[in-house]
Design a protein. Structure first.
Length: 116
């Protein structure tokens, strides 16, 4: 994953192009993936997030690349980003949802603890 920033004349980030290459490590083909991309400052503080979706067929064991263009002004202290897979939709109709996405979908409801 990488991000290229478009800068204004004062070297402040204005927009971004995000490139991701990912691999389907499951035994099932996928038809869509949803990521959360979070921009962070040098202290790791959240400086803006968005959901990035790729709707494409990726066979089991296959790889895929995708590009997202975000045309919004970024906080001037952005130095990095964190990425999380939130959801995967399988070609035959099933899906996988991360614990974090379950928390986002049901605010105020604690997600079950993961088994050790």
């Amino acid at each position: 994953m990488r991000c290229e920033l478009d800068l204004d004349p004062f070297d402040a980030p204005m927009s971004s192009r995000i490139y991701a290459d990912y691999k389907n490590i499951s035994q099932r083909s996928i038809s869509a993936v949803k990521f959360r991309v979070r921009f962070i400052d040098a202290e790791g503080v959240d400086r803006g997030s968005f959901h990035a979706v790729d709707s494409a067929f990726v066979p089991a064991g296959g790889t895929k690349g995708h590009k997202w263009k975000r045309d919004f002004t970024l906080h001037p202290s952005v130095v990095g980003m964190k990425v999380r897979v939130l959801q995967v939709k399988y070609s035959e109709g099933g899906d996988w949802t991360s614990v974090k996405m379950q928390e986002l979908a049901q605010p105020g409801v604690a997600a079950p603890a993961a088994a050790p």
